[in-house]
Design a protein around this ligand. Sequence first.
Ligand code: LLP
Length: 432
Amino acid sequence: MFVSKNLNVNSEGHLTIGGIDTVALAKEYGTPLYVMDENLVRCHCKSFKESIDKFYGGNGLVCYASKAFACKEMYRIVADEGLGVDVVSSGELYTAMAAGTDPKKICFHGNNKTIDEINMALDYGVGRIIADNIYEMKTLDSLCRESGRTADILLRIKPGVDAHTHNFIRTGQIDSKFGFALETGEAFDAVKFALECKNLNFIGLHCHIGSQILDTQGFEAAAEVMLTFIKKIRDELGTEVRDLNLGGGFGIQYTEQDDPLPYEEFMKAVSIVIHEFCEKNNIPLPFILIEPGRSIAAPAGITLYTVGCKKIIPNIRTYVSIDGGMCDNPRYIMYQAAYDAVVANKASEPKNTTVTIAGKCCESGDLIGENMPLQECEPGDIIAVCATGAYNYSMSSNYNRLQKPAVVFIKDGKSRLAVKRETLEDLIRNDL
Ligand code: LLP
């Protein structure tokens, strides 16, 4: 009935998340409100970790891609599950460190890391820096030299794999701002360059083929391409590549139309490719890293809104306006992303209408979705949008000077505030 397995309906006909009444949560904490189910986050962490254990004998590390959803509490939870994290900015790195993350388990990404960010990563002792370009390697090498340090690096490679996903979030192809291309020889030259840098320790390769990918073929193809490159490096440069980081991108169910795979299927399929290739070519099994973001955070979260005005435009459409919108969920305006919504206080009623859920920003495209099946609703009702745990809070903005919602975590029947709702005072804090 619901896209996420933690959602249900109680005897009052209210939507529950992890057994907690969402209408009561809306009342207690106000709306808009992000709600994250800690048990489900932990369950997702475990299933990726177990797939590394099962298919690689534990010879790997799951690094949660924290761009999906980042706050101190989330970093604490994933660390407690034994995961590392992928960070892409000083802000994510700082938050991860403030939450007590082991720096050795951090992968630091980014196509244009600033000097300050690189220095920060070195000062914290970040375990892996994923180098994106030659300029970055030169900068990193010289900053290391000046301070008498060395840095372990992986090179980001574009494997040239088409992941059949939304064009904006496809990053493995040659026309991408991320990483080094294989076809042109750029990637091979980059490895040679890395090996020449005295303060850089070249330990591995990274690729990320896209996001919200619902089948395994792209990952299998990327693994094959990366291993072929690892073999070339061994054969032609005499260097063994220790780490192979295959990125994230594992798809989830947003609506009934999506048919995602159980998470372990991804690693299972890829492990067959890796084991066969390594055996055939006498290559030691690399240490495998994966970086799931959406798949860990998205299904664990919902957003609660209060319905305001309803505008029925005869023969055209019905707009149901909520007290949030593109500021807390920009994924419809950016990608026409589809979501499932339910009127939380009427969750046992049938979805008799089809509506457009509109946000409150001064922007016609500020919608959560169009043609969404929904229960009949009135001002004051609570709407829950499902599977919003990833790329909602982390992509939220203060457009129109709206205040960012609070984030509440729930666990075992209890709720707790993890991020306070922004106040009007917060909005002018940096204004002079
Ligand atoms: N690793 C790297 C290097 C990445 O660039 C990404 C996502 C991930 C891992 C995690 O991918 P995931 O498992 O979450 O698919 N804002 C877009 C998604 C952008 C993804 C960017 N990179 C959205 O809302 O759909």
